[in-house]
Design a protein around this ligand. Structure first.
Ligand SMILES: [Mg+2]
Length: 234
């Protein structure tokens, strides 16, 4: 199959932005919660504040060698929410509401291509799995999506592994869970650093999901998941 080398035995997928999308979008949800706590922000304002807070947390994790835990993930989201919604009357309540919201399957939508792509790959006898930097809430979200049952024996959550993407330790553990050598695993995700660069640095193959053509320099890209089943574009 295209995008898969003759030696590919396993395909692992990122979760958020790859197989699952927040619906409504995260900035829309944050803005609605903020409004209930006296803070008027447009989704665009939220997005700008969120990205700044998110990048500060990424920088903190770089200096921790990508080590993580469930405690660290909760601390991350607490900081991101409080910094994004600064000015709200009760930041703690905002954090709790948002944390609980994104733990529910109703907050998420599966990617439109996911079912067909997973079925086709499974039919080719490939080992399938998921490798996510989301925290333990991924389990309660996945409980609402039986179409992802094929992945469930091999779902790796970084807060449980102890090291997060793009750390090589995460991807080595993923290959071990697949029973494969790293080079026999293809990793598919939408984040250049965490997914593509991390996987390739650990010796896996990778495809970057790049729907808006933002990464022309990346050799292995797909505009949507179904493109994994087509010949790669030159
Ligand atoms: Mg992602």
């Amino acid at each position: 199959m295209p995008h898969l080398t003759p030696t590919t035995r396993a395909v692992f997928f990122d979760a958020v932005g790859t197989l699952l999308h927040p619906r409504p979008s995260a900035p829309t949800v944050y803005a609605a919660v903020a409004a209930r706590y006296g803070l008027a922000l447009s989704p665009a304002d939220v997005r700008e504040r969120f990205i700044a807070a998110y990048l500060r947390e990424e920088a903190a994790d770089v200096s921790a060698n990508w080590l993580t835990s469930e405690v660290r993930e909760r601390e991350r989201w607490h900081t991101i929410v409080c910094e994004t919604l600064v000015g709200a009357s009760d930041p703690e309540a905002c954090y709790r509401e948002l944390f609980d919201h994104f733990a529910r399957p109703q907050a998420w939508e599966p990617d439109a291509d996911a079912h067909a792509v997973l079925s086709a790959l499974a039919a080719h006898g490939l080992v399938l799995g998921m490798g996510s930097n989301y925290d333990a809430r991924l389990w309660s979200v996945l409980a609402g999506f039986p179409q992802f049952d094929v992945l469930k024996p091999r779902v790796l959550v970084s807060s449980e592994v102890g090291v997060r993407k793009p750390g090589s330790g995460f991807f080595i553990e993923l290959a071990r869970a697949a029973g494969c050598a790293p080079a026999e695993v293809l990793f598919v995700g939408d984040d250049f650093e965490n997914d593509y660069a991390g996987a390739t640095a650990a010796g896996l193959n990778a495809v970057l999901l790049d729907p808006n053509d933002r990464y022309a320099h990346v050799p292995h890209r797909a505009k949507r998941l179904s493109a994994l089943l087509n010949e790669p574009e030159a």
